[in-house]
Design a protein around this ligand. Structure first.
Ligand SMILES: C[S@@+](CC[C@H](N)C(=O)[O-])C[C@H]1O[C@@H](n2cnc3c(N)ncnc32)[C@H](O)[C@@H]1O
Length: 283
């Protein structure tokens, strides 16, 4: 029987490591925190205390779920993104750290806009990660977000309410919810871009996330192309479209943007050196 919280933490870490976790120490702390209601500093300060029987049982049950491969964000129902603590359900994509680069560039685009209340649209908002980060950083924006999935939108609205952030959420396919006269200062999107036959879809966290949040036709480029083709009429003159895409899709995205008449088309590299974001501006 585990004698102290420290020993229980080590036991969880060893189990997670044996199950193939890449961050067993961090995940063990998160799971033990959820099982005990103690944050990291309290776990350290009270490490020599004995866990209660129910804390041990809860920790064991949470660890079992992780050992079967369930994403840590689903087990905890939460994921940190940007400066925000977001509620996560299996209906939405688990926000990824690389998407923070898209947020950084969208903030720069908002700051370059001369209007007092720039209209900013996030297409395929999922948990609301991108638009909520933007609204938190730049409260003056008029924030709008869409998703095809009503369940994802429910989670995004719950996150907006919990954070006290005012965002208009609309259900529908890409730009379909808008009239031709609806125009924006910035449009941003992290759409599905994985090829439907990509074996990664059957591995790791991706197995547990909605297929419609991950995979797109045309070798993963179909939704990117639809957004590129339809966003132009909803961008104000000089306004940018910012897209996240796969590390090997930048060239195809740039070519499509140029064919459609965007100007100043450029791709940006993530810290690993991969071109993961492409921006084009309405002429
Ligand atoms: C890769 S996830 C991105 C979620 C979130 N923006 C993020 O970065 O964490 C793509 C999102 O697009 C939505 N989506 C997929 N197809 C769509 C469509 N045809 N129209 C609107 N949204 C769609 C999915 O439901 C999902 O929430």
């Amino acid at each position: 029987m585990t004698t102290t919280l420290d020993a229980l933490l080590r036991e969880l870490r060893d189990r997670l490591q044996a199950a193939g976790s890449e961050e067993p120490g961090l995940e063990a702390r998160l799971l033990l925190g959820a099982a005990t209601g103690l944050d990291t500093s309290a776990l350290i300060a009270r490490g020599l205390e004995a866990p209660t029987a129910s804390q041990r049982e809860r920790a064991d049950a949470l660890c079992r779920r992780r050992e079967t491969g369930e994403p840590i964000a689903h087990i905890l129902g939460r994921r940190a993104f940007w400066t925000l603590d977001l509620g996560i359900s299996p209906a939405c994509l688990i926000p990824r750290p690389e998407t923070e680069l898209l947020v950084e560039r969208a903030i720069a685009a908002i700051d370059a806009c001369e209007r007092a209340h720039p209209r900013v649209l996030d297409l395929g908002t999922g948990s609301g990660a991108i638009i909520l980060a933007l609204k938190a950083e730049r409260p003056a924006i008029e924030a709008v977000a869409t998703d095809r999935s009503p369940d994802a939108l429910r989670q995004a609205r719950a996150n907006a309410d919990a954070l006290g952030l005012d965002v208009a959420f609309l259900q529908g396919t890409w730009l379909d919810p808008f009239k031709p006269s609806d125009a924006f200062d910035v449009i941003v999107s992290n759409p599905p871009y994985i090829a439907p036959d990509d074996p990664h879809l059957t591995r790791g966290d991706l197995r547990f996330e909605p297929r419609e949040a991950l995979a797109a036709p045309e070798a993963g480029l179909g939704d990117l192309y639809t957004i590129i083709d339809t966003a132009l009429t909803h961008l104000l003159p000089g306004a940018p479209l910012l897209l996240e895409h796969g590390f090997d899709q930048a060239r195809d995205v740039r070519v499509r943007m140029e064919q459609e008449g965007y100007r100043e088309v450029q791709s940006l590299r993530d810290p690993a050196g991969h071109e993961r974001i492409t921006i084009g501006v309405h002429a």
